[in-house]
Design a binder for this molecule. Sequence first.
Ligand code: WTA
Length: 646
Amino acid sequence: MSESTGSEGRRFPAPEQLAASANVGPDVYAEAEADRLAFWATQARRLTWAQEWDEVLDWTNPPFAKWFVGGKLNVAYNCLDRHVEAGHGDQVAYHWEGEPGDTRTLTYAQLTEDVCRAANALLELGIQAGDRVAIYMPMIPETIVAMLACARIGAVHMVVFGGFSADALASRITDAGAVLVITSDGGYRRGAPSALKPAVDDALSRTEGVRNVLVVKRTEQDVEWTEGRDLWWHDVVDRQSPQHTPEAFDAEHPLYIMYTSGTTAKPKGILHTSGGYLTQVAYSHWATFDLEPDTDVYWTAADVGWVTGHSYIVYGPLANRATSVMYEGTPETPHRGRWFELIEKYRVSILYTAPTVIRTFMKWGEDIPAGFDLSSLRVLGSVGEPINPEAWLWYHRNIGGERCPIVDTWWQTETGAHMITPLPGVTSLKPGSAQTPFPGIAAKVVDDEGNELGDDATGLLVLTAPWPAMLRTIWGDDDRYVDTYWSRFGREVYFAGDGAKKDADGDIWLLGRVDDVMNVSGHRISTTEVESSLVAHPAVAEAAVVGASDPTTGQGIVAFVILRGSATDSGDDLVQQLRTHVSKDIGPIAKPRQIMVVQELPKTRSGKIMRRLLRDVAENREMGDVTTLTDSSVMNLIKDKLPASS
Ligand code: WTA
């Protein structure tokens, strides 16, 4: 990666002015190191607590952590009311922009009232603290209102990305035991209304326990209606009182569940709780982006349906009283300069996005950003996958005007908040490396036995101390929580599932997943999940799926399938059918880039599919070691099936 750029060794020191005035200076690392718990306690005081904690961390039963034990707070109060009480009610919380160009401006005072109305509506619908509420929405303000209304009354939200299928929604509703679904008729994507309500209807025909569906009107599309179950948001929410007294909940009260792909077909419900989570997202948002709430305009260009949206569109920015931009649609609608137009229009000063988007912009060409005034930008961020140095340098030059530091933030749904990242006023940046564990975070690169590695040796990334925003468990499955993350190197070491190396300067480079999880456009998709979907198709007997490197999306999904004897068609039509099948089954993000029909799959003597070899084929590489194969001629058979060009 870095070898090909000629940029090896280039450093980008923090801009002088920023270094002099940044929220966080170089001493922060030593301060955190000296007393990690005291450091986090200091950060927790950024929040308003109804009752202070007795103990910062209870780690007597690892890996089940309790942070800020005995403390009580209301998360929504911390994100809203307290700013209004401090006289900032007129400050804009969100400049929202719909894809068709309609706009809404929400101040902290308005958002607080909207959330109170929604909280009162949820109470009227019988939702109680601890109940799970599914949210399946486009990128509209009501999505955030719904999340905060849940937080306000202690209900646990479970947001499902609007691009997921009815099936995916149904299994998540069932696993979480949701009693209410909040959705909308649809949202705008790529210039057209895209329906959501039909997927909810479909999902609910296969699940039990959901009493009501609350539907926001966005696109005015026709919707099917189940009387007694379905309710319009505007009928139920608008007539409520804009006042609601927040109740303080325990620091460890569950805040949300977010499902993410694991190495089996069943997604994991990652559980986050209140006090520690809000502490770390608020502090990291302030420190990593050098947020100045009175002057910055902050934009996380991601979907609220992912953890990036939860932590850095909703909770972090609101806890810090940021003014944010929120955009409903896609970057190329109605033209490829849409994002830059928004940066110019709202004078965005901090932009946070994913490498896959940067690479797409690179493909479209630098003339597009050059046509807009991007001089308001001062800090840029990257998240979701390793950013290759070429993309980093392009981002730095063509969007950041060579003046904005880029913070390459490594973290996960499970970690809740930034874990390895440069700090914009401190770190001398190295394109392609996430560099430094965040203050108060302990990370190492180790070999298979857990011995620490350095000097560019490739190993596994582990986190060696608990952190406030850590997941608390996998919903309903403590054993899987322990097995997946805390058993490889003992119960006190978190195994992240990412390969990494540490260079001679001590900077950490992330090298991608080491498990069977693909990263497509910054989204985690499990190979097993796509395989199960393929074998559920009547024409498929067996399937193996790999993530092959892709110049734009990071990885692309390549599937090898063996057809059933009864399948009559093995041509392009069937391949298209299978791609559509997976897209419908899981969601468009899981649609394989390529499907190859093969006679056999390479397996070890113990019957395990050798994905490594398939990845070699998919990436047109010389094949690696085939000695453990039962029958090494299988690979020749597969290679013979490839299109002539490869
Ligand atoms: C990858 C997204 C390298 C990594 C916040 C991780 C990254 C997975 C980076 C988590 C980065 C995320 N550099 N790799 N800056 N950020 N990843 O749960 O493989 O959707 O394990 O959380 O994305 O993805 P998730």
